[in-house]
Design a protein around this ligand. Structure first.
Ligand SMILES: [Mn+2]
Length: 324
């Protein structure tokens, strides 16, 4: 890892103009890692633009310099940096940067399935891309400003379910501790905006989500299925439905949760969550999707919603039995 950090450091030192990008449907880690890097590069005097193909969720809109995202026109860059994207398709409309800057790109990512699409691929499995960016900043003895700390801790908090997932290691805590210490910020400047910014519409979506939960197989399986009609009634964005997959997860008996959202007619976005050694990834792969052991997803095209829903329930039952 240190060799790669040295390589990135040399490339950044040589570059004056730098573009940063991260993945579609941004989450706290995509924004935290890319904006954390943005603040670092600005701090060392670089000319930096940031492009992300996504709507910004309400609770992340107070991150420092979030308004700079997509605020500039593309120009020629000396270097492009990608964060938190496992493959080029995750960059959405910005994936052309991968080919245009084939020889002048660095990526920071923490997904095991990363396709190594950049020239310098800093890929290491850990809690979050934000933790990896923090590692880089510490390794290169960079100054840690309040803005950097806020962004990076946001990424680490959100990608780990408030530091509760198995991906959290002792180092994750020491990185947070060091970021707090060096920047002098209080943790509440990160957590308060994150967890107290739910909009009324998102609340309505949650209410709908609770009303749509169906249980199967002695309450081991829960499914939340939102039809295109449901989506139209509330006039919602796809990212607002994301958290619905977690609603049934705290139930003691649950082993598999599926969220199925027919966001456009006959196209269904699915998220799966599982507990213990029941594999969400295995279920997603049946439908050409992918993911992590306990969190995975897939997209179904040209499908009949009700039929797919029945299919998912059947496959979830097989998954629990170990016959999928
Ligand atoms: Mn991430």
């Amino acid at each position: 890892m240190n060799n790669l950090f040295d390589e990135a450091f040399a490339k950044i030192a040589e570059a004056n103009t730098i573009a940063i990008s991260s993945h579609i449907n941004v989450d706290g880690d995509a924004l935290g890692s890319s904006l954390g890097m943005y603040h670092h590069l600005k701090n060392i005097g670089k000319n930096v633009d940031i492009f992300i193909d996504s709507v910004i969720p309400e609770n992340l809109r107070s991150l420092p310099s979030v308004e700079e995202i997509n605020n500039k026109k593309f120009k020629d860059y000396d270097l492009v940096i990608f964060t938190d994207a496992a493959d080029e398709f995750r960059l959405g409309a910005n994936k052309n940067l991968v080919h245009e800057y084939e020889l002048k790109s660095v990526q920071f990512d923490h997904h095991e399935v990363n396709t190594r699409f950049a020239k310098t691929n800093i890929v290491c499995v850990m809690s979050s891309a934000s933790e990896l960016v923090a590692d880089y900043l510490f390794y290169t003895d960079s100054a840690i400003t309040q803005d950097m700390a806020r962004c990076l801790i946001t990424g680490m908090y959100t990608d780990t379910g408030k530091l509760s997932f198995s991906s959290v290691t002792p180092k994750t805590f020491s990185v947070i501790s060091k970021l707090l210490e060096e920047s002098g910020i209080n943790i509440e400047t990160v957590t308060y905006p994150l967890y107290n910014s739910v909009t009324k519409k998102e609340f309505e979506v949650r209410k709908l989500g609770y009303s749509k939960i169906e249980f199967y197989d002695d309450d081991q399986i829960a499914i939340v299925a939102l039809s295109y009609e449901d989506i139209c009634k509330l006039d919602i964005e796809l990212f607002m439905t994301k958290s619905l997959v977690d609603l049934a997860l705290p139930l003691k008996t649950i082993k598999v949760v599926a969220l199925m959202t027919e966001f456009t007619p006959n196209t269904v976005f699915c998220s799966f969550r599982t507990k213990g050694n029941v594999s969400a990834k295995r279920l997603a792969m049946v439908y050409g999707g992918n993911g992590h052991p306990n969190a995975a997803g897939c997209k179904m095209r040209r499908c009949i919603f009700e039929a797919e829903k029945k299919g998912v329930i059947e496959n979830a039952k097989k998954l629990i039995k170990g016959t999928l």
